[in-house]
Design a protein around this ligand. Structure first.
Ligand code: BGC
Length: 404
């Protein structure tokens, strides 16, 4: 096959940047848009955040629990990287809300707590932030479908469930998206004009701080502080970019939610293997073919067909180029909102973003190079974007939310 079909030239990437920009602006104006731009009504406390919380992190298929103690010297996490549990079972048909709570509760009850503590819950699915710090689930992504949970608060039912079976009780629960958690973690590094959170793992998404006067869809009843920036969860995984190809349509046809998350289906770890499989429809591949498999193909090519390795690398490169285009679109909007922005801190999480190719440039390098080219093309070449890798950014950012 001709692997060049995955190549996006500069003009095509610019089309994607402009389309992203337009749809982002639309999301700031109206509800229920392709790029949803969900405001988060939790603003990190000004000044020092201090205290202990229990942090839950429910991502693609992994679940983590930790206690996080934030003090003058930084964050202390117990156990070191959180208590990990594989929760791929949540994708099984018939898996219920009660099953989920039970799976989640076991490790929470194991954690050592001193007195009543708040919970911070990093929930990596589209959810609309509520004024009390909870959030309402809009829809599932990444192959999960626990229907009875949709359109309902995510936090309160879990808090009630947990408090039935434990003493001391939990005092409160706050829900934030993983991109917003990364962004909050980045805020601990001062000296930047603005902050972005990016995830490229099983799924993909972006978050940024925005001026309330630029978020036209905010209502007076939202009661936001007009002088403070609002964290926006873009839900950029649902962007439908121009210049996708027929192979992307085939991947979408065979996916759990046809038509949704088209950007995510071209970019994120859960789908890159599916793109490779769809590129060779007559050949047999293993069922579980994720991004890790794809990158190991590129790093250890000797045991694979040369053609597979070449195509795998093109898919990897296109994914990074698409992420760069979405970032350039977001940055150009942020710059329109505030022309003085020069230095941006981008806190990135996700195994694909931090993956490497032993025989070529790593994912992060591919993204930053393309982003620099695109920013220059947009006349924004003087903007500096520092990519921040912070161990346990999600846990720290969520603890900041729990204590804010
Ligand atoms: C979800 C986002 C999440 C992203 C990364 C997407 O599927 O819709 O809410 O931030 O995955 O985990």
């Amino acid at each position: 096959m001709d692997e060049k079909i995955f190549n996006l030239d500069l003009q095509q990437l610019k089309d994607i940047v402009f389309d992203f920009r337009k749809k982002l602006e639309n999301g700031l104006e109206k509800d229920n848009t392709e790029i949803a731009c969900l405001p988060t009504f939790i603003q990190p406390k000004k000044g020092k955040v201090n205290g202990k919380s229990v942090v839950l992190d429910l991502g693609g298929t992994n679940y983590r629990v930790a206690t996080v103690d934030i003090n003058e010297n930084g964050a202390v996490i117990h156990p070191e990287n959180g208590w990990k549990k594989d929760l791929s079972v949540m994708k099984s048909p018939g898996f219920s809300e009660d099953d989920l709570f039970k799976e989640m509760a076991d490790p929470i009850y194991e954690t050592k707590r001193d007195g009543e503590m708040p919970i911070g819950y990093c929930f990596s699915y589209p959810a609309e932030s509520l004024k009390d710090g909870d959030a309402k689930l809009l829809r599932w992504t990444k192959g999960v479908n626990i229907n009875e949970m949709v359109d309902k608060p995510v936090g309160k039912p879990l808090l009630d469930y947990l408090n039935k079976g434990t003493d001391p009780k939990f005092s409160n629960i706050k829900i934030i998206n993983d991109t917003v958690a990364s962004l909050f973690a980045g805020l601990t590094k001062p000296g930047y004009d603005t902050y972005i959170g990016l995830i490229v793992g099983t799924g993909t998404n972006l978050a940024a701080m925005m001026r309330p006067d630029k978020i036209k869809k905010l209502k007076p009843s939202d009661e936001v502080d007009m002088n403070a920036l609002i964290p926006i969860n873009l839900e950029s995984g649902n962007f439908f970019p121009p210049h996708l190809i027929n192979i992307d349509n085939i991947v979408d046809e065979h996916s759990d939610k046809k038509g949704a998350q088209r950007f995510e289906k071209a970019v994120s770890g859960m789908y890159l293997g599916e793109i490779l499989k769809a590129s060779f429809p007559l050949n047999k591949f293993e069922d579980k073919f994720d991004a890790q498999k794809l990158t190991s193909m590129m790093s250890y090519p000797d045991v694979y067909k040369e053609e597979y390795v070449r195509v795998a690398r093109q898919i990897y490169h296109r994914s990074a180029a698409l992420v760069a285009a979405s970032l350039a679109g977001l940055i150009s909007v942020l710059h329109d909102h505030d022309n003085s922005i020069r230095k941006i801190m981008l806190t990135a999480e996700g195994s694909l973003f931090w993956s490497s190719d032993k025989n070529g440039p790593d994912y992060k390098e591919l993204v930053t190079e393309k982003l620099a080219t695109l920013l220059k093309e947009l006349g924004l070449g003087d903007i500096q974007v520092d990519v921040n890798q912070m161990p346990n950014a999600n846990l720290i950012g969520t603890a900041i939310a729990a204590l804010s």
